[in-house]
Write a protein that binds this ligand. Structure first.
Ligand code: HEC
Ligand code: HEC
Length: 433
């Protein structure tokens, strides 16, 4: 079974009931696989056009791709901690732009996530896990798309009708009619649902969003060797007594043969420094507390969650130019070095008062400081040397997609066949049991 089957599986499932959902398939009772694939491909292509179309914004100048740039793993195209957009392109957001790559693998948000596949112990509650955005507040990509479309700091539309009208005027309006019915634009809620469905399909294109084509993937397949620095970095990354990165950023092929995603989708408070370059932080009473608000509201009364953000995938992290939810660091080395010396040299990271007191964890009200993770590599004893940090960075650079494998034709990963195309490594899932 090839990966693209996930797409057809979605297609063949009945769409969830509800007035606003796009029309079901014209073919009844079950479409042929060929027809389903063709329709999926056409919806995906429509989603691509929507993703790159600035006409979907009130300013006419902000597309999804303006903030999610394919050249940067679908994260920000610039080193700004937060992007400027909105009706006049001057409204700052409050969080950094995450990568959209590998997003379709994120499980739905759950406060009590029981990990079974990796650790084989169903009784372990991993705590809050999954969902989209830094605070996991929305589950499906189609629902997520509505957030930027109506956020006054982003695409700044006021209602679905405006987005639908812009698409009805677009060169590709005929594609929408062809796929969803000639009268689709007469029903704005249904048309809007169709557009967000197409955006979701586009974001699930395996070749673009989850190619598994990094040097590390090639290494896992025995098709590339790591340099000594990269190999040392991997060892530190995986060592539970030093880097311990693997605890939250999974690096091994899963027991069922899937390549690692470099996240466990869990929520952790890392105690990052406050980013004074974010305009919202000019208000000393404002704190971005992740799980407990202010962007999400349902968990605000759970103080144990305050300060927690979702662990992102580290795939393509070297293409980013600002790191963490508040974009506080602008080099990958600083992003990694923070782990090494947050607790042993906090003065490097946090401001110091005129009388010499380091204001550690200055982006959290004092009552939530106890939520900050003290797992290794954090803690009172330094476990990562400067050389370890350099090696970790070298290793993280192997997670960038687009590594070219030139020799050989096939390999095996836990029983699944692997084939290579000239510029892309294609990982084919193992056959179903
Ligand atoms: C002005 C910049 C901007 C624009 C335009 C924008 N986004 Fe985003 N996007 C962000 C930021 C910032 C976040 C993180 C938000 C948060 O965590 O609260 C984000 C998060 C996401 C996520 C969640 C990723 C994750 O890690 O869970 C998805 C999916 C996404 N955006 C898709 C889109 C789509 C689709 C569009 C167009 C309809 C779009 N974005 C337009 C800035 C932008
Ligand atoms: C206890 C869990 C945990 C451990 C251990 C951990 N991380 Fe993270 N990592 C996270 C979380 C959570 C975030 C996002 C935090 C935020 O933005 O507030 C993150 C973010 C990052 C980022 C920024 C990614 C981005 O897209 O901006 C990098 C780089 C990173 N981690 C590397 C590492 C390395 C290297 C190690 C080992 C030295 C490590 N992490 C250990 C949980 C962890």
């Amino acid at each position: 079974m090839i990966r693209v089957c996930a797409l057809s599986a979605i297609l063949l499932l009945p769409l969830p009931a509800g007035a606003a959902d796009p029309p079901a398939f014209p073919w009844q009772p079950t479409p042929s696989a060929t027809a389903a694939y063709a329709r999926a491909a056409a919806i995906t292509e429509l989603g691509r056009k929507l993703f790159f179309d600035p006409a979907l914004s009130a300013s006419g100048r902000t597309a999804c791709a303006t903030c999610h740039d394919p050249a940067h793993g679908f994260s920000a195209p610039n080193p700004l901690p937060v992007q400027l957009a909105g009706p006049d392109l001057r409204h700052p957001g409050s969080r950094s732009v995450p990568t959209l790559m590998y997003g379709q693998s994120v499980p739905a948000f759950s406060e009590h996530f029981f990990e079974s596949e990796d650790e084989g112990d169903e009784s372990v509650d991993q705590g809050p896990t999954g969902g989209r955005d830094w605070d996991g507040r929305v589950d499906r990509a189609r629902d997520q798309a509505a957030l930027p479309l109506f956020d006054n700091n982003e695409m700044a539309n006021t209602e679905p009708r405006t987005v639908v009208a812009a698409v009805a005027r677009a060169a590709y309006a005929g594609d929408v009619r062809h796929l969803y019915g000639q009268d689709i634009f007469a029903d704005p809620p249904r048309a809007f649902a169709a557009l967000t469905q197409a955006l979701e399909f586009y974001q699930e294109t395996p070749a673009t969003f989850s190619p598994y084509s990094s040097k590390y993937d090639a290494f896992l397949l025995g098709r590339a060797s790591l340099t000594p620095a990269e190999a040392r970095g991997l060892a530190v990354f995986n060592n539970p007594k030093t880097g311990n990165c693997v605890q939250c950023h999974k690096s091994a092929v899963t027991p069922d043969g899937r390549p690692p995603l470099f996240t466990d989708f869990g929520f952790v408070a890392l105690g990052l420094p406050r980013n004074r370059a974010i305009p919202a932080n000019g208000d000393p009473a404002y704190f971005d507390l992740g799980l407990c608000g202010p962007q999400r509201h349902d968990l605000a009364d759970n103080p144990a969650y305050c300060g927690m953000f979702k662990a992102p995938t580290l795939r393509n992290v070297a293409l980013k130019q600002s790191f963490y939810h508040n974009g506080i660091f602008h080099s990958l080395r600083d992003a990694v070095a923070f782990y090494a010396t947050r607790d042993t040299s906090p003065e490097k990271w946090f401001p110091t008062t005129p009388d010499g007191v380091v204001q550690k964890f200055d982006d959290l009200p004092a009552k939530y400081v106890a939520n900050v993770s003290m797992e290794l590599p954090f803690g009172p004893k330094r476990v990562l040397s400067d050389a370890d940090v350099d090696d970790l960075v070298a290793f993280l650079r192997t997670l960038t997609d687009g590594y070219t494998v030139t020799t050989g034709a096939t390999a095996h990963l836990n029983g699944g066949a692997i084939t290579t195309a000239p510029h892309r490594l294609i990982v084919v899932s193992p056959p179903s049991p």
